[in-house]
Design a protein around this ligand. Structure first.
Ligand code: ZN
Length: 212
């Protein structure tokens, strides 16, 4: 199956061929419908106007569980639509998290990330750290603003096409392995706000919100 959300992350509708059906579980190709991985939540949307209730990565394939029995057959061409405002918020928050994380790593190369999650309303990154992480927010936010204002191109490409391993790359900044959907430029992240959350002994959570 072809993952069209990688090369065309801005497509919100596309016709696809049905490769298999098992009950309410279907596999299609190409697909624009992202399934949760690397902390980025799944898209929401419809296949032939039937709601997708769950999208799961299974080896090389993505399986879409429909809310109702499919009204189509293997080999049919179906229309796929994703909730674009949701996906775009996920993409902006995802990249905001990428930048924030990279900036922390640049300042503290030994810093340990212990978790991350990107939802439609916020992103979070968890660190193993003693002390209050919010003391670093002003400098991190200043660097984020600089990257956003510079509106740098973000290149997304394969590290290893066989293993479906991808990365994003910003010239003069970083190359980071990630199989998520990425923006075209840093300017699209826009303004962000950071919030600290203490989630236990020696654990610090950074929450990221879009300001506009
Ligand atoms: Zn990413």
């Amino acid at each position: 199956m072809e993952r069209a959300f990688w090369n065309s992350p801005y497509l919100s509708s596309l016709d696809a061929r049905v490769l298999s059906i098992e009950g309410r579980d279907v596999v299609i190709s190409p697909t624009i419908f992202f399934a949760e991985s690397g902390g980025q939540e799944s898209d929401q949307g419809r296949i032939n106007r039937i709601e997708v209730s769950q999208a799961t990565v299974a080896d090389e394939r993505i399986i879409y569980r429909l809310a109702e029995e499919p009204d189509f057959a293997v080999g049919d061409l179906v229309s796929v639509e994703i909730d674009w405002p949701r996906r775009y918020a996920l993409m902006r928050l995802h990249f905001a998290a990428e930048i924030v994380l990279e900036l922390f790593y640049k300042k503290f190369p030994a810093l340990e990330k212990i978790g991350a999650h990107i939802s439609q309303s916020k992103a979070r990154i968890d660190f193993a750290l003693e002390g209050n992480i919010s003391q670093y927010f002003p400098e991190i936010l200043q660097d984020v603003e600089q990257l956003v204002t510079a509106d740098l191109p973000i290149e997304s490409r394969f590290i290893d096409a066989e293993c479906l391993r991808r990365c994003w790359y910003i010239e003069g900044f970083s190359e980071v392995p990630c199989g998520g959907t990425h923006l075209r430029t840093t300017g699209e992240v826009g303004r962000i706000r950071l919030k600290r959350n203490n989630i236990g002994a020696h654990k610090e959570r950074v929450e990221i919100y879009l300001v506009d």
